[in-house]
Write a protein that binds this ligand. Structure first.
Ligand code: ZN
Length: 295
């Protein structure tokens, strides 16, 4: 998908200039939850399932492998044919967070060095979860042909990982079958990624979210619903943009990026949410496919 001019303009309005040597750059490639929803009603904000590209110095981090990861791969290849080294962090293995992997062309190139990191859970290894979605007769190409994938590593809540000059912290979130959020720290910048996650009670911020997002330059938050819609979906593992806003303000987050929209949410709905958050204090953006932001 071509970069969204609207999103680029929106994101370039950041209130603090980035330090190019010590900054984090973020690009959204998929902002939908549950299932891709391409079509004219979702063309402006985008219809792909979750994928976020984070650049921190020479390191490339990809957060989730929804269908948006295909657009990342195509974009990367338009700029260079050199081998790529990247870390792919998976919040969990619900289909919408891994379904782009079988179509991620960079993963088939043996010259590449792709390290997959995801949650450790009892019973089923992360590698097994990834292999299973590519088993016949549901899919003709086995995971073993993803020869650019050089490692699959499991992490648990509370673990941290050093990649280059960046540090990544992980914490469990509130989601059926468990989801894991990430905080990427680089220089004096930080980004917290909390998809998929359902908020708790009133004024009750989940400890995992608090650990990851406190004082972050950006929080990417699960805004599947509005507060008005939420009662019909309570217990489904997703939150609302209003809960994201409260969380961001409470935790002194500089920029809140709303993402993970429910499939029924169309561009016109997101325009209404954008108008509401624009009228509020603080900086809140609607994550938009192809849009980039320097933190
Ligand atoms: Zn999920």
């Amino acid at each position: 998908m071509a970069p969204c001019k609207q999103g680029l303009g929106q994101f370039e309005s950041g209130s603090r200039m980035s330090n190019p040597d010590k900054g984090i750059n973020v690009t959204f490639w998929g902002v939908r939850g549950s299932t891709p929803v391409p079509g004219p009603d979702t063309a402006r904000y985008g219809g792909n399932t979750p994928c976020v590209e984070v650049r921190a110095g020479d390191s490339i981090f990809i957060l989730d492998a929804g269908t948006g990861i295909q657009a990342f791969g195509r974009n990367y290849r338009t700029k260079t044919d050199k081998p790529v080294k990247l870390h792919l962090f998976l919040t969990h293995t619900h289909w919408d967070h891994i379904q782009g992997l079988p179509f991620f062309q960079l993963a088939y190139d043996p010259r590449n060095e792709i390290h997959i990191v995801g949650p450790k859970r009892e019973g089923t290894a992360l590698l097994d979860c990834l292999e299973r979605q590519m088993l016949p007769p549901n899919f003709p190409v086995p995971f073993s042909l993803l020869q650019g994938v050089k490692s699959v590593t499991e992490l648990s809540s509370g673990d941290s990982l050093q990649v280059g000059d960046a540090t990544i912290h992980v914490a469990a979130l509130n989601h059926p079958n468990e989801s894991m959020g990430f905080r990427i720290e680089y220089g004096d910048r930080s980004l917290a990624y909390c998809l998929d996650h359902e908020h708790g009670g009133v004024d009750d911020i989940h400890p995992g979210v608090e650990t990851l997002a406190k004082g972050a330059d950006m929080l990417v938050f699960d805004a599947a619903y509005t507060d008005e819609e939420y009662p019909s979906f309570k217990g489904w593992g997703h939150s609302t943009w209003q809960e994201g806003y409260k969380t961001a303000r409470e935790l002194d987050v500089r920029i809140l990026a709303l993402a993970g929209f429910n499939p029924g949410v169309v561009d016109a709905d997101l325009d209404l949410i954008k108008a509401e958050v624009d009228a509020l204090d603080g900086e809140t953006v609607i994550a938009t496919e192809g849009s980039s932001m320097a933190l």
